[in-house]
Each structure stands twice: as C-alpha cells, then as structure tokens.
Ligand binder design. Sequence first.
Ligand code: ADX
Length: 185
Amino acid sequence: MRTCHPGLTLWLTGLSGSGKSTLANSVCEQLRVLGCRAEVLDGEILRQELWKDLDFSKSGRDENIRRIGFLAELLTRNDVIVLVAAISPYRAVRDEVRAKIGSFAEIYVNASAEVCERRDTKGLYKRARRGELKGLTAIDDPYEAPEQPEIVCKTDSETVEDSASRIVTYVKKRLQIKPATDPEV
Ligand code: ADX
C-alpha cells in the first residue's frame, strides 16, 4: 500500500568512494518497502546516460548539479523522496539548488580522502596518482565540505546499515511517515 507523504530531496554530497550511491540505493529501497515513492538520481549515471558532454571543470560540475537539481525539484514537487548522489564539490551551487527545491536536506557522506583513496572502488585515485586523470576531487581539485548539513554519515567508522537507518529515521520524522496500514485487513 502507498504511503501518503510530501516530497523531499536528500542531497548526498561527498568524495568519490565515500559511499554516496550505496547509501542512496539502500535508503531508497527501505523507503519503498515502507510504501513511499522514492527515486535515486546518481550523478555518475546521469553523466553517462544524459549529459556525456559535461566535463569535470568547475563550470561542468556546476551545470551537472543544476541539471540534477532541476530534475530533483520536479520529482519533489510531485511528492517523491529523491536521493541525489553526486560529489557536488562546490558549496554555492549546492546552496542554490537547496533554495530552488525548498524541501531539502543535505547529507554529508564524510569519509576522509585517505580512506576513499584506500578503497579506490573505481581505480580513479590510482589513475590520478599516475597522472592519467586530472582534476580528481580531493587530489587536485577542491571539495568544499558542507557547513551545516542536516545529517553527517561518517562512512569510514559506521556501517552502511547504520547510516541508512539514521537517514530513514530522519525522513520518517520529518515527513511524519507512519507505517502503511492496509484498510482491508
Ligand atoms: S560532480 O563533481 O559533478 O558532482 P558526479 O558525482 O556527477 O561529479 O560524478 C562523479 C563520477 O564521475 C565519479 O564517481 C567518477 O566515476 C567520475 N569521474 C571522472 N572523472 C572525475 C573527476 N575528475 N573527478 C571526480 N569524478 C570523476
């Protein structure tokens, strides 16, 4: 049964390898089990599928965030809980999409650069160290950490389950989501 709730964008920002996509997908699944309408907008996937033209310069990244923000606003307006997973390294454009979307929470997926580099899930850090990849966030490109995020997930010291469960608890409280009840039972 569908749960009645307004829309909300949960914007997960953090370094490559911090666990944004894993966390976003886990929260999305749990919300769907509760009967919520939830969707993930993953920067990496949108870049591959919809806007291959954008590079990783500051203007390319800002444009990526504005486009994702545009989609997130449409979905949020239609009562969907949107989980955005994107490095989104620049504070100003994050604040810009926050203001546009309105129903918004910033989630800082905070694993140290050292831990992300050690994990190196996609081999990007190795390529950057070898000089084959320029402008990798935290290596030779900036990351402006959130100043007042609604939630911080220390994914280098807490499990995905713990982080995901804290986010789900926050959403339930903020949107006043009650367990779905089947009127026919
Ligand atoms: S953002 O900075 O514009 O928010 P986004 O999250 O959409 O980035 O995409 C990040 C993904 O693009 C990474 O997971 C990685 O696979 C790929 N990528 C390729 N080049 C870079 C780079 N220079 N810096 C960061 N990510 C890169």
